[in-house]
Design a protein around this ligand. Structure first.
Ligand SMILES: Cc1cc2nc3c(=O)[nH]c(=O)nc-3n(C[C@H](O)[C@H](O)[C@H](O)COP(=O)(O)OP(=O)(O)OC[C@H]3O[C@@H](n4cnc5c(N)ncnc54)[C@H](O)[C@@H]3O)c2cc1C
Length: 476
């Protein structure tokens, strides 16, 4: 590409705003094109329906955002976001049993999505280097198979059509991206797409947490056990910035989902342990149930095409979207933005620079992709249409190995540290195959298995929780 001067980002969501901020460090001007009006406060909007559900930002993603926008983590925490140290501040029933609460190795930020998006977007827009064209719908790309030179947009209020020209166009229009269709319009061969769909669905309600809870009650997580070979049910109670609990119940294909308020608590009672239901029954509901059925893993492979147009990149959910249970989408988008930043430094716009940048962005999403997709194929009735050879061969052996690791990580602190580094996307997944880790698996002392949620008497007292909740695990 010739040295790009003007960039256009398609979509003003999480990935689009981070990408725009990175572009603004290298280009003369950047425009984000967005269908919605982006709120000037922590409010919901149509183009971000997932924002009604639980979101965590892993430490890896939080650190990247903080490096791009120094001070962001502190601002989020000062404004009430909770920093949950893994595993000190989390009480979790994993597929293999209760996790010991080892000293924190990594953390996740917990707060509502509208709040997080607004805090980050506000800081990006305050730089004055990114402009947003709101209420504008992207229709298709302008250019040919060799080079993309802009986009066609429609003003959503007047209906007027317009061509916006750019040296660099970044598709960050989310899961609904029409990139494959747009590329076929430029006469490029079809872009490979993998889909691994365990039928994940979410049902979420917000509750007023008991007064003591905001101060220090841990986050709670009850997972399904994939080894039972039946549809799985999950539940979490996560603290938010405003003293509320966001409670999400979720499932894999065939496990049903509570879609009415009256069904929410009874469904929570069917999880492998009653703790989520017991917490819910202590708290006052503030919202009705919101449902999402968007949870398939989906990945495009632009790096596989022989020809890739100069001046075009894709990132965020438009490139790769994951089962949300792993909480990787925003961190993967942050990794992609960091990769873009590195590629733009000193590229000088030489021929092939776009292709190299796309390769680097695609590499940044490979770990979260394979982690989520290879786990989800273990759930019954998972539907797969995938070309990734790691998903089509040696599945049983990989599952046995990952079960072994999960079992050990629950009870052995040094093993848990490495696994937490990997799950938080801080260390590469290849770490789990290193000789150092294999030797840890062998040597690290395992604590006895926990038979009840590891809550302290003080924590129980904070929420007036009946100790019954700390006893026993449902056999199911
Ligand atoms: C239920 C659920 C829970 C999740 N939980 C987590 C979590 O805990 N942690 C985590 O990291 N991730 C989580 N995710 C994933 C996370 O929400 C996404 O990875 C992230 O929002 C992706 O950002 P994005 O900018 O790529 O896409 P989006 O957020 O979808 O943004 C795309 C933007 O493009 C705009 N747009 C789309 N088409 C057009 C068009 N034609 N013209 C103009 N504008 C357009 C949209 O309005 C939108 O603003 C979850 C997802 C779901 C569904």
């Amino acid at each position: 590409m010739t040295e790009p001067k003007h960039g256009i980002v398609l979509g003003g969501g999480w990935a689009g705003m981070l990408a725009a901020h990175v572009l603004a460090r290298h280009l003369e001007s950047v425009t984000v094109v967005e269908r919605d009006v982006l709120p000037d406060g922590p409010r919901h909007r149509k183009g971000s329906p997932q924002a009604r559900h639980v979101h965590v930002l892993w430490s890896s993603g939080a650190r990247i955002v903080d490096a791009l926008l120094p001070g962001t983590i502190d601002r989020l925490l000062d404004a009430g976001a909770r920093r949950i140290g893994f595993h000190q501040d989390l009480v979790t029933l994993t597929s293999h049993g209760w996790q010991h609460r080892f000293p924190p190795r990594q953390f996740a930020l917990m707060c509502t999505r509208p709040f997080l998006d607004w805090m980050v977007r506000d800081r990006i827009l305050a730089t004055g280097r990114v402009s947003v064209r709101q209420r504008a719908e992207i229709l298709d790309l302008v250019g040919d198979a060799k080079r993309v030179t802009g986009v066609h947009v429609r003003d959503m209020d007047s209906g007027a059509l317009e061509t916006l020209e750019a040296d660099l166009v970044i598709d960050a229009s989310g899961r609904g991206s029409r990139l494959r269709h747009w590329l076929s319009g430029l006469e490029l061969p079809p872009l490979d797409e993998d889909i691994v769909d365990a039928g994940i669905a979410y049902a979420t309600r917000v509750y007023q947490a008991p007064p003591g809870a905001a101060a220090g009650f841990p986050a709670v997580n009850v997972a399904a056990d994939h080894r039972l070979r039946r549809p799985g049910r999950f539940g979490v109670v996560y603290p938010q910035e405003d003293g509320t609990w966001m409670v999400t119940l979720s499932c894999t294909r065939g496990a049903g989902l509570p879609t009415h308020d009256d069904d929410f608590l009874p469904y929570a009672r069917t999880l492998r342990h009653p703790i989520v239901a017991d917490l819910v029954s202590l708290a006052e509901p503030l919202t009705s149930v919101a449902v999402s059925r968007v949870g398939a893993n989906r990945r495009l492979y632009p790096e596989r095409l022989d020809t890739w147009p100069e001046g075009l990149l894709v990132l965020g959910d438009a490139l790769a979207a994951f089962n949300p249970i792993y909480g990787h989408g925003m961190s993967a988008a942050a990794r992609a933005a960091a990769a873009l930043d590195t590629e733009l430094q000193g590229s000088g716009g030489d021929p092939g620079a776009t292709r190299r940048a796309q390769r680097a962005i695609s590499a940044a999403v490979d770990d979260p992709w394979i982690m989520a997709a290879s786990k989800d194929v273990e759930y019954v009735d998972c539907r797969m249409n995938a070309t990734d050879p790691r998903l089509t061969g040696g599945v049983a052996a990989r599952q046995r190995f990952s079960d072994l690791i999960a079992d050990r990580a629950m009870r052995a602190s040094a093993v848990c540290d490495v696994v937490t580094d990997v799950i938080s996307l801080t260390a590469p997944q290849s770490e789990l195959a290193s000789s150092r880790f294999l030797s840890l698996m062998h040597k690290d002392r395992a604590l006895p298995e926990l038979t009840a949620p590891p809550l302290t008497p003080d924590e129980l007292a904070l929420v007036n929780l009946n100790p019954r909740s700390t006893v026993g695990v449902n056999g199911s």
